[in-house]
Design a protein around this ligand. Structure first.
Ligand SMILES: Cc1cc2nc3c(=O)[nH]c(=O)nc-3n(C[C@H](O)[C@H](O)[C@H](O)COP(=O)(O)OP(=O)(O)OC[C@H]3O[C@@H](n4cnc5c(N)ncnc54)[C@H](O)[C@@H]3O)c2cc1C
Length: 320
């Protein structure tokens, strides 16, 4: 049996941020991650300046491709609104691997399944034991399933379903493009350019609204790909998109149960307006770590439910 003071299940942004903070305070911590990184996570890879600030990373220090997007074009009810902004884009395979490696904590490649209480400890798959357990394994997190399902229900109207594809592209001017509510999509479609000749395109919408309207996310994807052809995207590159589902924020119950914590998508923390999940994952991971370190309550009350303010007024750049 491998024992550690803290075990984090999931090595995405939530788990890595939590481990990074715990490690700085000398806590004994290990991560169980089911994939060997760099894994390809379905995600547009847009991050706000506050993500870098929270992670104490100056844009110039990030060792992989980081594109600064200074222009955002919003398409809304046939109108085209060009807006100034300062957002970043990263590739998730690079970003997540780098965050995980930066933690400096041991990472075991293991898909966690069974979680049991044994006195003051948590035991995972009869193989790992800890005093503090952090559920950071995204939508299908086993910590949620074992310890939170009954006390923090996930309402269907908070479920967002998506289809996306990351493709090679020679997009020149680094403009991020968003189309809201096209063809009745209860969400938006995106076009997020990346450094190094990549582009992420996708559609995401509320599952409950799609169901009521008798629409499928795949039909919206097909309509969107027609639009992309007009933007010089090679049609051969946009077949076979990947799907993923996650929850936007609804505070339906606790995110802490004795010494077990939920962070990031495992807690369903993406913002209500934009479905931004990386920022809330990072912030919640850090807050959970601080609670473990200090014994203070774990509260997400100050974590914003909305992204638009951060997009339109991105605030200061991180400086050391
Ligand atoms: C198509 C799409 C586009 C998106 N675009 C954006 C965007 O541009 N910007 C943004 O801010 N947010 C975006 N999001 C949301 C964002 O991707 C998530 O909110 C974010 O990844 C949450 O981070 P996390 O660490 O909580 O979970 P994850 O990133 O999902 O990480 C969970 C980790 O746990 C591991 N894991 C899962 N199960 C187990 C298990 N049983 N045992 C061990 N390990 C396990 C997984 O392999 C994974 O590495 C998007 C989401 C989707 C689906």
């Amino acid at each position: 049996m491998v024992a550690s003071e803290v075990i984090i299940i999931g090595g995405g942004p939530a788990g890595s941020s939590c481990a990074w903070m715990l490690r700085q305070y000398g806590m004994q911590v290990l991560i169980l991650e089911k994939e060997s990184l760099a894994r390809a996570k379905p995600c547009a890879g847009w991050i706000t300046p506050s993500v870098l600030r929270d992670l104490h990373v100056h844009p110039k220090e990030y060792p992989f491709g980081l594109l600064t997007m200074r222009k955002l074009t919003v398409h809304l009810f046939g109108k085209r609104l060009p807006l100034p902004t300062r957002q970043y884009s990263i590739r998730r395979s690079e970003f997540d691997s780098w965050l995980l490696q930066r933690t400096g904590v041991p990472v075991f490649t293991h898909r966690a399944c069974r979680i049991e209480r044994d006195g003051y400890s948590y035991v995972i798959d009869d193989a790992y034991r800890c005093r503090f357990l952090v559920g950071a394994a995204g939508t299908s997190c086993p910590v949620y399933g074992a310890l939170f399902r009954g006390v923090r229900p996930r309402p269907e109207d908070a479920l967002v379903i998506t289809l996306e594809k990351e493709i090679p592209s020679e997009d020149g001017d680094g403009t991020c493009r968003l189309w809201f509510f096209d063809e009745g999509l209860p969400g938006y479609a995106w076009y997020v350019p990346k450094e190094g000749g990549y582009l992420n395109v996708g559609v995401g919408g509320k599952f409950s609204r799609l169901k009521v309207n008798n629409q499928s996310i795949r039909d919206h994807w097909h309509a969107f790909t027609e639009k992309l052809k007009g933007l010089s995207v090679d049609p051969d590159h946009i077949s076979n998109p990947r799907g993923y589902a996650y929850y936007v924020r609804k505070d339906t119950g606790p995110v802490r149960n004795e010494n077990a914590y939920l962070v990031g998508d495992a807690a369903g923390l993406a913002t209500i307006d934009m479905g931004e999940g990386i920022g809330p994952a990072v912030k919640s991971g850090i807050l959970a770590a601080k609670s473990i370190i200090t014994g203070a309550p774990y509260s997400l009350a100050r974590l914003s439910r909305f992204s638009l303010k951060d997009i339109l007024l991105p605030g200061r750049e991180y400086s050391q």
